[in-house]
Design a protein around this ligand. Structure first.
Ligand code: KIV
Ligand code: NA
Length: 276
């Protein structure tokens, strides 16, 4: 049975590590929920991982909803977080609330996630007041990677670190039930994790977070474009898929597939049809 916001929050106090993985379709959602993963994130990483964009920026609300619905169908009882895409929460609290509610009402998500610190606190408050549970996301925030100087570690210097701790506390104050921390030195993440009462979910953020999130396609070795340092490939599926597809291609060309066991047979002599 799926978790609730209350349970996810309680796991921090119980020191039980939280697992979150991305899902973009029903098939993967089912596999992940069968494994007991605590929450599924319909991440806007979908843009790069399955839609073929160069960044997460072009991803639209409609694309997110389309995939979030599929994830919900594949994992009807699992806690699902919809990632608010760029443009869906930057134009004001009202727009953000309307889009957040779409994730809940149209796609059946349990919560939404959005990137940023102090600047998004009014939006976080608006969503929470409207009854939408919100996960924060600080550190490396891919939607604004351009402003951050690319995909690189955040909060290294003491001033940046102080700022990040301030942002984390502000998000907690605004009402997030949890927050993602991405690409931040592990010792700073330890300080932040000890300073907020809501669970921190790390990606490239070391062992001290209350939980970990990864892009599933990275974890199983199905995204070949690049692999960040923080990814552990628990499997390497791409070569296996290529091997299988190459074997199919070769066997079809060699007329070895399909064999009789893959075919439907009949005793009727259909050749007479040629004479009709
Ligand atoms: O879009 C995504 O997959 C994410 C996670 C990596 C946290 O935001
Ligand atoms: Na994201």
């Amino acid at each position: 049975m799926g978790r609730s916001v209350t349970e996810i929050r309680a796991m921090k106090a119980e020191k039980k590590k939280i697992t979150v993985l991305t899902a973009y379709d029903a098939a993967m959602a089912r596999l992940l929920s069968d494994c007991g993963v605590d929450a599924l994130l319909v991440g806007d990483s979908l843009g790069m991982v399955v839609l073929g964009y160069d960044s997460t920026v072009p991803v639209t609300m409609d694309e997110m909803i389309h995939h979030a619905k599929a994830v919900r169908r594949g994992a009807p009882d699992t806690f699902i977080i919809g990632d608010m895409p760029y443009g869906s929460y930057q134009t004001g609290v009202r727009d953000a609330v309307l889009n957040g509610i779409r994730f809940i009402k149209d796609a059946g998500c349990d919560a939404v996630k959005l990137e940023g610190g102090v600047s998004v606190c009014p939006v976080v408050k608006g969503l929470v007041e409207a009854g939408v549970s919100v996960m924060g996301h600080i550190g490396l925030t891919p939607q604004s990677a351009g402003q951050l100087g690319g995909y690189k570690v955040q909060g290294r210097g003491l001033d940046d670190a102080r700022r990040m701790l301030y942002e984390a506390r502000a998000l907690e104050e605004a009402g997030v039930f949890s927050m993602v921390i991405e690409c931040v030195p592990d010792s700073l993440v330890k300080v932040i994790t000890e300073s907020v009462s809501v669970p921190t979910i790390g990606i490239g953020a070391g062992i001290h977070c209350d939980g970990q999130v990864l892009v599933t396609h990275d974890l199983v070795g199905m995204f070949e474009k690049f692999t960040p340092k923080f990814v552990k490939k628990y499997a390497n599926l791409s070569p296996l898929i290529k091997e299988a597809v190459t074997a199919f291609h070769d066997e079809v060309r060699a007329e070895k597939y399909p064999e009789e066991e893959h075919s439907f047979t009949s005793k009727v002599d259909y050749r007479q049809l040629l004479d009709e």
